[in-house]
Design a protein around this ligand. Sequence first.
Ligand SMILES: NC(=O)c1ccc[n+]([C@@H]2O[C@H](COP(=O)([O-])OP(=O)(O)OC[C@H]3O[C@@H](n4cnc5c(N)ncnc54)[C@H](O)[C@@H]3O)[C@@H](O)[C@H]2O)c1
Length: 275
Amino acid sequence: MADIKGQFDITGQIIAVTGGAGVLCSAMAKMLAAHGAKVAVLDLFEDKAQEVAGAIKADGGEAIAVKCNVLDKGSVEEACRAVIDAYGTVDTLINGAGGNKKEATTSPDLSFFDLPADAVQWVFNLNIIGTILPSQVFGKVMAEKKKGNILNMSSMSAFKPLTKVLAYSAAKAGVSSFTMWLAVHISQNYSKEIRVNALAPGFFLTEQNRFLLTDEKTGKPTQRGQQIIDHTPMGKYGQPEDLLGTTLWLLSPASSFVHGAVIPIDGGFSAYSGV
Ligand SMILES: NC(=O)c1ccc[n+]([C@@H]2O[C@H](COP(=O)([O-])OP(=O)(O)OC[C@H]3O[C@@H](n4cnc5c(N)ncnc54)[C@H](O)[C@@H]3O)[C@@H](O)[C@H]2O)c1
């Protein structure tokens, strides 16, 4: 009988996490380090990345903090060099940097017709360009050694667009498309030992969506927040911890034949038609 438990072993794996100081990816970084990975926490905000790396080290794990702007290829290349200087190579990339902003979201005060192009562009860039550039830079290292793993962050808004978040929905659909595209491209051209997948988290109450889901004055769910809970068969928002088991699975040999997949972690949201 195969040692299934052993297949989840990621001891010594060198993992770079962009947006690693954020709510979801800092939880992933901590879990991965607790399971023996060497984690490079890459973030635009170096001080926040230092905090996450510091917390990992305080718990006996291995981590470094690296400043990295995922929208600037030079900055990503510098970050990649820093990871290689520290750990000798890189095995895995998590493209965690991403998000939405109020100015790219329709509301009673901001119609579709008035959405500013620069805000829409900001969201496209952060989610799509910010996933492609690190995949080029870190993926090249993987292509050279013919082994590696890339994990992207898609969203529920990629399957069917969510109301209001026009740019974010289109951008995350792009991330899902890129995940499938790169999985095929990398297998056909570089190696059958490099995998590319994505998580599609459901609704997690974080800074990027707090203004949409929680009434600033009362702290109670907005109508949209309540609609989401009502449309989630499990009847709640996710917690960052809910992503961790699937992350470990996708980054370990336990998922060795899973490639080009976008995995919903959504309490059943995407399975429910509403009726
Ligand atoms: N929160 C949710 O409900 C949810 C749902 C589905 C998908 N996601 C996706 O999961 C990922 C993480 O989300 P989160 O809620 O933890 O977000 P977050 O805002 O807490 O974290 C994002 C991190 O990315 C960093 N960042 C921003 N711009 C950057 C840049 N140019 N270069 C490098 N780093 C940059 C930020 O400093 C931050 O630490 C995002 O891609 C997000 O779109 C979130």
